[in-house]
Design a binder for this molecule. Structure first.
Ligand code: FPP
Length: 240
């Protein structure tokens, strides 16, 4: 249900159906303030609440978030532990609210690597919200696009199904969802870092210098506005 007409926040009516956010810069946000990095992740988590609400209110269909990559295990043990605690806290504290707001949660990634109680919290979040009609929220945790493609291919091989574009896309975590239209990466880096590479085949990429905790609704809307000014060709010729 659209609660904010896009025009009232300066957006055109043609919204991206599927937005991905590479939530970068939590560490820098904290360091610049003389705070430990884990407080940057906490600030990121707090900002997430508003961004999910805003996405849902303006009528974005799918929001995919890069929360923990297969490469993030290389971080100091203490930071990885602090992130897991935060993810747990998030699922415990936000689930009821997300559910009430009709959000449907899907975890993308290999959950088996996480502590058991975290796996249970993630399973509960998915099961409880599975039939919700609102925003589809994909959270990438222990996720890497290459690992996702390997997993999808193995699923097809085990089922004895031919691997073609359609079957491969349908064996990804995003089965049944539209491709990404827009990827936003915060904090100035300009790369995809193994995030949803197949789903991003024709996505528009928007980079902003603000760190993730500083990605206000206004800045987010301005990224969407930049997307709305792009001409999408999907490999064809588009007359201007
Ligand atoms: C990248 O910033 C951010 C992460 C690896 C973690 C993202 C996590 C959150 C936003 C917390 C909440 C998420 C959920 C799903 C509850 P960085 O640490 O690489 O920042 P830096 O590049 O400045 O060091």
């Amino acid at each position: 249900m659209v609660k904010i007409q896009p025009e009232t926040v300066g957006l055109g009516a043609e919204l991206p159906r599927h937005v991905g956010i590479i939530m970068d810069g939590n560490g820098r946000w904290a360091t610049r303030r003389g705070l430990p990095r884990k407080l940057g992740h906490r600030a990121g988590m707090e900002r997430l609440r508003g961004l999910i609400r805003f996405s849902s209110d303006i009528g974005i269909e799918v929001l995919s978030l890069y929360a923990f990559s297969t490469e993030n295990w290389k971080r100091p043990k203490e930071e990885v532990g602090a992130l897991f605690e935060l993810f747990m806290e998030y699922f415990l504290s936000e689930l009821d609210d997300l559910h009430k707001n009709g959000v449907c949660i899907r975890i993308m990634g290999d959950m088996s690597a996480f502590p058991e109680k975290m796996q249970r919290a993630m399973e509960e979040a998915m099961t409880k919200t599975a039939n919700n009609p609102g925003l589809k929220l994909n959270i990438a945790l222990n996720y890497g696009s290459r690992a996702e493609v390997v997993r999808a291919t193995n699923i097809l091989v085990q089922k004895g199904e031919p691997v073609d574009e359609k079957s491969l896309m349908n064996a990804l975590y995003t089965a049944g969802l539209p491709d990404l239209d827009l990827i936003i990466r915060t904090a100035g880096e300009r790369r995809l870092s193994n995030f949803m590479l197949l789903q991003a085949a024709y996505a528009e990429l928007v980079f902003t210098d603000v760190t993730f905790p500083d990605l206000t609704d206004e800045e987010y809307a301005s990224c969407i506005r930049e997307y709305q000014h792009r001409t999408r060709r999907f490999g064809a010729v588009v007359e201007k």
